[in-house]
Design a protein around this ligand. Structure first.
Ligand SMILES: Nc1ncnc2c1ncn2[C@@H]1O[C@H](COP(=O)(O)OP(=O)(O)OP(=O)(O)O)[C@@H](O)[C@H]1O
Ligand SMILES: Nc1ncnc2c1ncn2[C@@H]1O[C@H](COP(=O)(O)OP(=O)(O)OP(=O)(O)O)[C@@H](O)[C@H]1O
Ligand SMILES: [Mg+2]
Ligand SMILES: [Mg+2]
Lengths: 226, 226
Protein backbone atom coordinates (compact mmCIF):
# COMPACT_ATOMS: atom_id res chain seq x y z
CA UNK A 1 0.00 0.00 0.00
CA UNK A 2 2.94 2.33 0.69
CA UNK A 3 6.72 2.09 0.58
CA UNK A 4 9.98 4.03 0.53
CA UNK A 5 13.21 3.25 -1.28
CA UNK A 6 16.48 4.77 0.02
CA UNK A 7 14.51 7.61 1.62
CA UNK A 8 16.70 10.37 2.98
CA UNK A 9 15.71 13.70 4.52
CA UNK A 10 18.41 16.16 5.46
CA UNK A 11 17.87 19.54 7.10
CA UNK A 12 20.36 22.37 7.18
CA UNK A 13 24.04 22.13 6.30
CA UNK A 14 27.44 22.47 7.87
CA UNK A 15 27.24 22.22 11.64
CA UNK A 16 23.44 22.62 11.71
CA UNK A 17 23.06 19.63 9.40
CA UNK A 18 20.53 17.07 10.68
CA UNK A 19 20.04 13.73 8.92
CA UNK A 20 16.41 13.07 9.90
CA UNK A 21 16.04 10.02 7.60
CA UNK A 22 19.04 7.97 6.46
CA UNK A 23 18.37 5.87 3.31
CA UNK A 24 15.26 4.17 4.72
CA UNK A 25 13.78 1.18 2.90
CA UNK A 26 10.39 0.23 4.26
CA UNK A 27 7.14 -1.11 2.89
CA UNK A 28 3.61 -1.47 4.25
CA UNK A 29 1.41 -4.16 2.72
CA UNK A 30 -2.30 -3.51 2.11
CA UNK A 31 -4.34 -4.59 5.13
CA UNK A 32 -1.37 -4.53 7.50
CA UNK A 33 -1.23 -2.67 10.85
CA UNK A 34 2.31 -1.46 11.57
CA UNK A 35 3.51 0.37 14.67
CA UNK A 36 6.63 2.55 14.58
CA UNK A 37 8.53 3.24 17.80
CA UNK A 38 11.77 5.01 18.59
CA UNK A 39 13.34 7.77 20.67
CA UNK A 40 12.08 11.33 20.52
CA UNK A 41 13.80 12.97 17.53
CA UNK A 42 14.59 9.71 15.73
CA UNK A 43 12.69 10.60 12.52
CA UNK A 44 9.27 9.00 13.00
CA UNK A 45 7.15 12.06 12.13
CA UNK A 46 9.49 12.91 9.26
CA UNK A 47 9.03 9.42 7.81
CA UNK A 48 5.23 9.64 8.18
CA UNK A 49 5.00 13.10 6.56
CA UNK A 50 7.16 11.99 3.60
CA UNK A 51 5.13 8.77 3.17
CA UNK A 52 1.90 10.79 3.06
CA UNK A 53 3.27 13.34 0.61
CA UNK A 54 3.15 16.16 3.19
CA UNK A 55 6.90 16.70 2.91
CA UNK A 56 9.46 15.99 0.19
CA UNK A 57 12.45 13.70 0.54
CA UNK A 58 15.97 14.99 -0.06
CA UNK A 59 16.73 11.69 -1.82
CA UNK A 60 15.00 8.40 -2.59
CA UNK A 61 11.40 7.58 -3.51
CA UNK A 62 7.97 7.15 -1.92
CA UNK A 63 5.22 5.04 -3.44
CA UNK A 64 1.53 5.04 -2.57
CA UNK A 65 -0.06 2.09 -4.32
CA UNK A 66 2.17 1.84 -7.36
CA UNK A 67 2.46 5.61 -7.87
CA UNK A 68 5.80 7.29 -7.25
CA UNK A 69 4.39 10.37 -5.53
CA UNK A 70 7.34 12.67 -6.33
CA UNK A 71 6.25 12.40 -9.99
CA UNK A 72 2.77 13.77 -9.23
CA UNK A 73 1.74 17.36 -9.79
CA UNK A 74 0.75 19.32 -6.67
CA UNK A 75 -2.88 19.01 -7.79
CA UNK A 76 -2.75 15.23 -8.26
CA UNK A 77 -0.88 14.79 -4.98
CA UNK A 78 -3.59 16.79 -3.19
CA UNK A 79 -6.28 14.60 -4.76
CA UNK A 80 -4.41 11.42 -3.82
CA UNK A 81 -4.03 12.58 -0.22
CA UNK A 82 -7.67 13.59 0.02
CA UNK A 83 -9.08 10.38 -1.46
CA UNK A 84 -6.69 7.69 -0.31
CA UNK A 85 -4.88 8.90 2.82
CA UNK A 86 -5.95 9.81 6.34
CA UNK A 87 -3.41 11.52 8.62
CA UNK A 88 -3.55 12.03 12.38
CA UNK A 89 -1.08 14.80 13.20
CA UNK A 90 1.03 14.72 16.37
CA UNK A 91 -0.08 18.33 16.97
CA UNK A 92 -3.67 17.63 15.79
CA UNK A 93 -3.79 20.58 13.31
CA UNK A 94 -7.50 21.28 13.83
CA UNK A 95 -9.18 24.29 12.26
CA UNK A 96 -9.91 26.63 15.20
CA UNK A 97 -12.96 28.25 13.64
CA UNK A 98 -14.75 24.95 12.87
CA UNK A 99 -16.68 22.77 15.30
CA UNK A 100 -15.59 19.22 16.09
CA UNK A 101 -18.00 17.66 13.58
CA UNK A 102 -17.00 20.19 10.88
CA UNK A 103 -13.35 19.36 11.50
CA UNK A 104 -14.13 15.65 11.27
CA UNK A 105 -15.98 15.89 7.94
CA UNK A 106 -13.64 18.51 6.44
CA UNK A 107 -11.76 16.12 4.07
CA UNK A 108 -15.05 14.83 2.68
CA UNK A 109 -16.56 18.31 2.43
CA UNK A 110 -13.48 19.52 0.53
CA UNK A 111 -13.68 16.51 -1.79
CA UNK A 112 -17.45 16.95 -2.11
CA UNK A 113 -17.96 13.30 -1.20
CA UNK A 114 -20.87 12.22 0.97
CA UNK A 115 -19.86 10.35 4.12
CA UNK A 116 -21.02 6.81 4.82
CA UNK A 117 -23.18 7.97 7.74
CA UNK A 118 -23.25 4.60 9.52
CA UNK A 119 -19.47 4.42 9.38
CA UNK A 120 -19.11 8.03 10.55
CA UNK A 121 -21.45 7.38 13.50
CA UNK A 122 -19.36 4.36 14.42
CA UNK A 123 -16.16 6.44 14.32
CA UNK A 124 -17.74 9.13 16.52
CA UNK A 125 -18.89 6.48 18.99
CA UNK A 126 -15.46 4.82 19.09
CA UNK A 127 -13.70 8.12 19.88
CA UNK A 128 -16.36 9.03 22.45
CA UNK A 129 -17.20 12.48 21.07
CA UNK A 130 -20.97 12.25 20.47
CA UNK A 131 -21.69 14.93 23.09
CA UNK A 132 -18.92 17.31 21.96
CA UNK A 133 -19.59 17.63 18.23
CA UNK A 134 -20.72 21.27 18.35
CA UNK A 135 -17.71 22.44 20.39
CA UNK A 136 -14.81 24.30 18.84
CA UNK A 137 -11.24 23.11 19.51
CA UNK A 138 -10.62 25.71 22.24
CA UNK A 139 -13.69 24.38 24.07
CA UNK A 140 -12.27 20.87 24.13
CA UNK A 141 -9.73 19.14 26.35
CA UNK A 142 -6.36 18.13 24.85
CA UNK A 143 -7.44 14.52 24.55
CA UNK A 144 -10.78 15.51 23.00
CA UNK A 145 -8.90 17.54 20.36
CA UNK A 146 -6.72 14.52 19.69
CA UNK A 147 -9.84 12.40 19.22
CA UNK A 148 -11.25 14.90 16.73
CA UNK A 149 -8.00 14.53 14.77
CA UNK A 150 -8.33 10.74 14.91
CA UNK A 151 -11.96 10.81 13.79
CA UNK A 152 -11.10 13.14 10.90
CA UNK A 153 -8.53 10.62 9.60
CA UNK A 154 -10.85 7.62 10.02
CA UNK A 155 -14.20 9.11 8.96
CA UNK A 156 -13.75 8.89 5.20
CA UNK A 157 -12.48 5.30 5.47
CA UNK A 158 -9.31 5.96 3.46
CA UNK A 159 -7.13 3.14 2.11
CA UNK A 160 -4.12 4.17 4.18
CA UNK A 161 -4.10 5.84 7.59
CA UNK A 162 -0.96 7.40 9.05
CA UNK A 163 -1.46 8.08 12.77
CA UNK A 164 1.30 10.04 14.55
CA UNK A 165 1.03 9.19 18.26
CA UNK A 166 -2.82 9.05 18.21
CA UNK A 167 -3.26 8.12 21.89
CA UNK A 168 -0.53 10.22 23.55
CA UNK A 169 -3.04 12.49 25.32
CA UNK A 170 -5.56 9.80 26.25
CA UNK A 171 -6.16 7.67 29.32
CA UNK A 172 -5.78 3.97 28.70
CA UNK A 173 -9.53 3.25 28.43
CA UNK A 174 -10.23 5.96 25.84
CA UNK A 175 -7.10 4.91 23.95
CA UNK A 176 -8.13 1.26 23.95
CA UNK A 177 -11.45 2.13 22.26
CA UNK A 178 -9.60 3.83 19.44
CA UNK A 179 -6.99 1.10 19.08
CA UNK A 180 -9.70 -1.58 18.97
CA UNK A 181 -11.52 0.39 16.28
CA UNK A 182 -8.33 0.67 14.22
CA UNK A 183 -7.72 -3.07 14.62
CA UNK A 184 -11.26 -3.72 13.31
CA UNK A 185 -10.72 -1.32 10.40
CA UNK A 186 -7.74 -3.42 9.32
CA UNK A 187 -9.39 -6.81 9.98
CA UNK A 188 -12.81 -6.06 8.47
CA UNK A 189 -12.18 -3.46 5.75
CA UNK A 190 -8.60 -4.24 4.78
CA UNK A 191 -7.42 -0.72 5.52
CA UNK A 192 -3.70 -0.14 6.01
CA UNK A 193 -2.57 1.57 9.22
CA UNK A 194 0.85 2.95 10.10
CA UNK A 195 0.92 4.21 13.69
CA UNK A 196 3.75 5.99 15.50
CA UNK A 197 3.54 5.41 19.23
CA UNK A 198 5.65 5.61 22.38
CA UNK A 199 3.26 3.23 24.17
CA UNK A 200 4.09 -0.51 24.07
CA UNK A 201 0.47 -1.36 24.85
CA UNK A 202 -0.66 0.56 21.75
CA UNK A 203 2.06 -1.15 19.70
CA UNK A 204 0.75 -4.55 20.79
CA UNK A 205 -2.37 -3.98 18.64
CA UNK A 206 -0.21 -3.99 15.50
CA UNK A 207 0.86 -6.89 13.27
CA UNK A 208 4.45 -5.75 13.47
CA UNK A 209 6.58 -3.06 15.15
CA UNK A 210 9.41 -1.18 13.43
CA UNK A 211 12.05 0.52 15.57
CA UNK A 212 13.63 3.75 14.33
CA UNK A 213 16.81 5.33 15.68
CA UNK A 214 18.83 8.22 14.23
CA UNK A 215 16.81 8.11 11.00
CA UNK A 216 17.28 4.36 10.38
CA UNK A 217 15.17 1.27 10.95
CA UNK A 218 17.17 -0.70 13.50
CA UNK A 219 14.82 -3.54 14.45
CA UNK A 220 11.53 -5.23 13.63
CA UNK A 221 9.16 -7.35 15.74
CA UNK A 222 6.42 -9.53 14.28
CA UNK A 223 3.11 -10.05 16.10
CA UNK A 224 4.11 -8.23 19.27
CA UNK A 225 2.53 -8.77 22.67
CA UNK A 226 2.59 -6.03 25.31
CA UNK B 1 2.03 25.46 48.70
CA UNK B 2 -1.25 25.53 46.75
CA UNK B 3 -4.86 24.62 47.46
CA UNK B 4 -8.44 24.97 46.31
CA UNK B 5 -11.61 25.25 48.37
CA UNK B 6 -14.96 24.29 46.80
CA UNK B 7 -13.51 25.04 43.34
CA UNK B 8 -16.10 24.96 40.58
CA UNK B 9 -15.72 25.80 36.88
CA UNK B 10 -18.78 25.78 34.68
CA UNK B 11 -18.84 26.45 30.96
CA UNK B 12 -21.89 27.37 28.92
CA UNK B 13 -25.48 27.11 30.08
CA UNK B 14 -28.65 25.25 29.27
CA UNK B 15 -27.95 22.16 27.23
CA UNK B 16 -24.37 23.16 26.43
CA UNK B 17 -23.59 23.46 30.14
CA UNK B 18 -20.41 21.61 31.14
CA UNK B 19 -19.37 21.29 34.79
CA UNK B 20 -15.62 20.98 34.33
CA UNK B 21 -14.84 21.22 38.07
CA UNK B 22 -17.41 20.31 40.74
CA UNK B 23 -16.64 21.83 44.20
CA UNK B 24 -13.09 20.48 44.37
CA UNK B 25 -11.18 20.64 47.66
CA UNK B 26 -7.52 19.78 47.22
CA UNK B 27 -4.24 20.89 48.72
CA UNK B 28 -0.59 20.43 47.80
CA UNK B 29 1.98 20.68 50.58
CA UNK B 30 5.33 22.36 49.98
CA UNK B 31 7.92 19.82 48.84
CA UNK B 32 5.30 17.28 47.76
CA UNK B 33 5.14 15.57 44.33
CA UNK B 34 1.53 14.86 43.35
CA UNK B 35 0.32 13.10 40.20
CA UNK B 36 -3.21 13.67 38.87
CA UNK B 37 -4.81 11.04 36.66
CA UNK B 38 -8.26 10.62 35.17
CA UNK B 39 -10.15 10.12 31.90
CA UNK B 40 -9.77 12.50 28.99
CA UNK B 41 -12.15 15.40 29.63
CA UNK B 42 -12.40 14.86 33.40
CA UNK B 43 -11.16 18.37 34.32
CA UNK B 44 -7.42 17.89 34.94
CA UNK B 45 -6.18 20.75 32.74
CA UNK B 46 -8.97 22.99 34.02
CA UNK B 47 -7.88 22.34 37.62
CA UNK B 48 -4.24 23.03 36.77
CA UNK B 49 -5.01 26.29 34.94
CA UNK B 50 -7.18 27.55 37.81
CA UNK B 51 -4.52 26.60 40.39
CA UNK B 52 -1.89 28.53 38.45
CA UNK B 53 -4.11 31.59 38.01
CA UNK B 54 -4.30 31.10 34.22
CA UNK B 55 -8.08 30.78 34.40
CA UNK B 56 -10.72 31.96 36.85
CA UNK B 57 -13.05 29.72 38.85
CA UNK B 58 -16.81 30.12 38.57
CA UNK B 59 -17.01 29.52 42.34
CA UNK B 60 -14.68 28.73 45.24
CA UNK B 61 -11.13 29.84 46.01
CA UNK B 62 -7.52 29.13 45.01
CA UNK B 63 -4.56 29.81 47.27
CA UNK B 64 -0.90 29.95 46.33
CA UNK B 65 1.11 30.11 49.53
CA UNK B 66 -1.36 31.90 51.78
CA UNK B 67 -2.55 34.29 49.08
CA UNK B 68 -6.09 33.98 47.76
CA UNK B 69 -5.24 34.62 44.14
CA UNK B 70 -8.67 35.85 43.08
CA UNK B 71 -8.01 38.87 45.31
CA UNK B 72 -4.88 39.82 43.37
CA UNK B 73 -4.77 42.48 40.70
CA UNK B 74 -3.89 41.30 37.18
CA UNK B 75 -0.44 42.86 37.65
CA UNK B 76 0.24 41.12 40.98
CA UNK B 77 -1.08 37.82 39.65
CA UNK B 78 1.30 38.11 36.67
CA UNK B 79 4.22 38.78 39.03
CA UNK B 80 3.25 35.84 41.25
CA UNK B 81 3.06 33.52 38.25
CA UNK B 82 6.36 34.71 36.86
CA UNK B 83 8.27 34.46 40.15
CA UNK B 84 6.73 31.49 41.90
CA UNK B 85 5.07 29.23 39.31
CA UNK B 86 6.32 27.15 36.41
CA UNK B 87 3.75 25.70 33.99
CA UNK B 88 4.22 22.98 31.36
CA UNK B 89 1.28 23.31 28.96
CA UNK B 90 -0.36 20.23 27.42
CA UNK B 91 -0.06 21.99 24.03
CA UNK B 92 3.45 23.37 24.85
CA UNK B 93 2.60 27.02 23.93
CA UNK B 94 6.08 27.83 22.63
CA UNK B 95 6.84 31.15 20.94
CA UNK B 96 7.35 30.23 17.25
CA UNK B 97 9.75 33.09 16.52
CA UNK B 98 12.13 32.30 19.40
CA UNK B 99 14.79 29.58 19.49
CA UNK B 100 14.64 26.75 22.00
CA UNK B 101 17.03 28.46 24.44
CA UNK B 102 15.16 31.77 24.10
CA UNK B 103 11.90 29.98 24.84
CA UNK B 104 13.48 28.30 27.87
CA UNK B 105 14.81 31.54 29.40
CA UNK B 106 11.76 33.64 28.45
CA UNK B 107 10.22 33.79 31.98
CA UNK B 108 13.53 34.95 33.44
CA UNK B 109 14.15 37.43 30.61
CA UNK B 110 10.68 38.90 31.12
CA UNK B 111 11.30 39.14 34.85
CA UNK B 112 14.81 40.50 34.26
CA UNK B 113 16.24 37.87 36.59
CA UNK B 114 19.55 36.19 35.83
CA UNK B 115 19.38 32.42 35.61
CA UNK B 116 21.39 30.17 37.90
CA UNK B 117 23.57 28.97 35.02
CA UNK B 118 24.62 25.70 36.67
CA UNK B 119 20.98 24.85 37.35
CA UNK B 120 19.94 25.81 33.82
CA UNK B 121 22.70 23.64 32.33
CA UNK B 122 21.48 20.74 34.46
CA UNK B 123 17.90 21.23 33.23
CA UNK B 124 19.07 21.32 29.59
CA UNK B 125 21.09 18.15 30.14
CA UNK B 126 18.15 16.37 31.82
CA UNK B 127 15.79 17.14 28.91
CA UNK B 128 18.47 16.19 26.37
CA UNK B 129 18.33 19.38 24.29
CA UNK B 130 21.95 20.62 24.40
CA UNK B 131 22.35 20.17 20.63
CA UNK B 132 19.01 21.73 19.69
CA UNK B 133 19.12 25.07 21.54
CA UNK B 134 19.40 27.24 18.43
CA UNK B 135 16.46 25.55 16.65
CA UNK B 136 13.05 27.17 16.41
CA UNK B 137 9.96 25.15 17.39
CA UNK B 138 9.08 24.26 13.77
CA UNK B 139 12.57 22.76 13.40
CA UNK B 140 12.02 20.44 16.36
CA UNK B 141 10.22 17.11 16.76
CA UNK B 142 7.02 16.99 18.83
CA UNK B 143 8.84 15.48 21.77
CA UNK B 144 11.67 18.05 21.50
CA UNK B 145 9.06 20.84 21.63
CA UNK B 146 7.57 19.22 24.72
CA UNK B 147 11.01 19.14 26.31
CA UNK B 148 11.51 22.85 25.60
CA UNK B 149 8.23 23.48 27.42
CA UNK B 150 9.42 21.35 30.36
CA UNK B 151 12.79 23.12 30.52
CA UNK B 152 11.07 26.51 30.45
CA UNK B 153 9.02 25.58 33.52
CA UNK B 154 11.98 24.12 35.42
CA UNK B 155 14.75 26.55 34.45
CA UNK B 156 13.93 29.35 36.87
CA UNK B 157 13.55 26.86 39.74
CA UNK B 158 10.10 28.10 40.77
CA UNK B 159 8.49 27.15 44.09
CA UNK B 160 5.58 25.36 42.41
CA UNK B 161 5.58 23.54 39.07
CA UNK B 162 2.36 22.52 37.32
CA UNK B 163 3.13 20.03 34.55
CA UNK B 164 0.24 19.04 32.27
CA UNK B 165 1.14 15.66 30.72
CA UNK B 166 4.88 16.51 30.42
CA UNK B 167 5.95 13.14 28.98
CA UNK B 168 3.03 12.33 26.64
CA UNK B 169 5.15 12.73 23.49
CA UNK B 170 8.29 11.08 24.80
CA UNK B 171 9.75 7.59 24.63
CA UNK B 172 10.16 5.96 28.02
CA UNK B 173 13.90 6.65 28.31
CA UNK B 174 13.65 10.37 27.57
CA UNK B 175 10.63 10.60 29.87
CA UNK B 176 12.47 8.82 32.68
CA UNK B 177 15.28 11.42 32.58
CA UNK B 178 12.76 14.19 33.08
CA UNK B 179 10.83 12.38 35.81
CA UNK B 180 14.04 11.61 37.69
CA UNK B 181 15.03 15.28 37.46
CA UNK B 182 11.63 16.34 38.82
CA UNK B 183 11.97 13.83 41.67
CA UNK B 184 15.37 15.33 42.55
CA UNK B 185 13.96 18.87 42.40
CA UNK B 186 11.44 17.89 45.06
CA UNK B 187 13.89 15.87 47.19
CA UNK B 188 16.85 18.27 47.07
CA UNK B 189 15.30 21.74 46.64
CA UNK B 190 11.91 21.27 48.27
CA UNK B 191 10.06 22.35 45.15
CA UNK B 192 6.39 21.42 44.84
CA UNK B 193 5.28 19.53 41.73
CA UNK B 194 1.76 18.81 40.50
CA UNK B 195 1.84 16.61 37.39
CA UNK B 196 -1.08 15.49 35.24
CA UNK B 197 -0.33 12.23 33.49
CA UNK B 198 -2.02 9.33 31.74
CA UNK B 199 1.04 7.12 32.32
CA UNK B 200 1.08 4.95 35.47
CA UNK B 201 4.87 4.69 35.27
CA UNK B 202 5.16 8.49 35.42
CA UNK B 203 2.67 8.57 38.30
CA UNK B 204 4.85 6.13 40.24
CA UNK B 205 7.48 8.89 40.67
CA UNK B 206 5.02 10.90 42.77
CA UNK B 207 4.39 10.83 46.53
CA UNK B 208 0.66 10.47 45.92
CA UNK B 209 -1.80 10.14 43.04
CA UNK B 210 -5.18 11.88 42.87
CA UNK B 211 -7.85 10.51 40.55
CA UNK B 212 -10.27 12.93 38.88
CA UNK B 213 -13.54 11.97 37.20
CA UNK B 214 -16.32 14.27 35.96
CA UNK B 215 -14.74 17.26 37.72
CA UNK B 216 -14.39 15.60 41.13
CA UNK B 217 -11.60 13.92 43.03
CA UNK B 218 -12.75 10.34 43.36
CA UNK B 219 -9.72 8.54 44.80
CA UNK B 220 -6.27 9.02 46.24
CA UNK B 221 -3.24 6.69 46.43
CA UNK B 222 -0.28 7.32 48.71
CA UNK B 223 3.26 6.30 47.67
CA UNK B 224 2.23 4.53 44.49
CA UNK B 225 4.29 1.88 42.75
CA UNK B 226 3.96 1.25 39.02
N1 LIG C 1 -14.65 26.73 26.70
C1 LIG C 1 -15.28 25.56 26.98
N2 LIG C 1 -16.61 25.43 26.74
C2 LIG C 1 -17.23 24.25 27.01
N3 LIG C 1 -16.65 23.17 27.53
C3 LIG C 1 -15.33 23.25 27.80
C4 LIG C 1 -14.57 24.44 27.52
N4 LIG C 1 -13.27 24.20 27.86
C5 LIG C 1 -13.23 22.93 28.33
N5 LIG C 1 -14.45 22.36 28.29
C6 LIG C 1 -14.82 21.01 28.74
O1 LIG C 1 -14.37 20.86 30.08
C7 LIG C 1 -14.03 19.49 30.30
C8 LIG C 1 -12.70 19.39 31.04
O2 LIG C 1 -11.66 19.81 30.20
P1 LIG C 1 -10.14 19.59 30.62
O3 LIG C 1 -9.31 20.21 29.55
O4 LIG C 1 -9.90 20.06 32.00
O5 LIG C 1 -9.99 17.99 30.58
P2 LIG C 1 -8.72 17.07 30.86
O6 LIG C 1 -9.01 16.23 32.03
O7 LIG C 1 -7.48 17.90 30.88
O8 LIG C 1 -8.69 16.12 29.57
P3 LIG C 1 -7.47 15.53 28.68
O9 LIG C 1 -6.94 14.35 29.46
O10 LIG C 1 -8.18 15.11 27.44
O11 LIG C 1 -6.47 16.60 28.48
C9 LIG C 1 -14.00 18.80 28.94
O12 LIG C 1 -15.08 17.90 28.84
C10 LIG C 1 -14.13 19.93 27.94
O13 LIG C 1 -14.92 19.56 26.80
N1 LIG D 1 13.30 22.15 9.87
C1 LIG D 1 14.20 21.42 10.56
N2 LIG D 1 15.48 21.84 10.66
C2 LIG D 1 16.38 21.11 11.36
N3 LIG D 1 16.12 19.95 11.99
C3 LIG D 1 14.86 19.49 11.93
C4 LIG D 1 13.83 20.20 11.23
N4 LIG D 1 12.68 19.51 11.38
C5 LIG D 1 12.95 18.41 12.12
N5 LIG D 1 14.27 18.40 12.46
C6 LIG D 1 14.98 17.40 13.24
O1 LIG D 1 14.74 16.13 12.63
C7 LIG D 1 14.75 15.11 13.64
C8 LIG D 1 13.59 14.16 13.44
O2 LIG D 1 12.40 14.82 13.73
P1 LIG D 1 11.00 14.02 13.85
O3 LIG D 1 9.93 15.05 14.07
O4 LIG D 1 10.84 13.12 12.67
O5 LIG D 1 11.24 13.13 15.15
P2 LIG D 1 10.24 12.11 15.88
O6 LIG D 1 10.84 10.76 15.84
O7 LIG D 1 8.85 12.26 15.34
O8 LIG D 1 10.27 12.61 17.38
P3 LIG D 1 9.14 12.71 18.54
O9 LIG D 1 8.97 11.34 19.10
O10 LIG D 1 9.75 13.66 19.51
O11 LIG D 1 7.89 13.25 17.91
C9 LIG D 1 14.72 15.83 14.99
O12 LIG D 1 15.97 15.64 15.64
C10 LIG D 1 14.47 17.28 14.65
O13 LIG D 1 15.18 18.16 15.51
MG1 LIG E 1 7.10 13.02 16.12
MG1 LIG F 1 -5.87 18.09 29.62
Amino acid sequence: AASTTAASKIYGSGDTRVVALDKVDVSFAQGQFTAIMGPSGSGKSTLMHCLAGLDRLTDGAVRIGDVNISELSEKDLTLLRRNKIGFVFQAFNLVPTLTAIENITLPMDLGKTKPDQAHLDEVIRAVGLADRLKHKPNELSGGQQQRVAVARALGSRPDVIFADEPTGNLDSQTGAEILAFMRRAVNEFGQTIVMVTHDPVAASYADRVLFLNDGRIVNELQNPDA
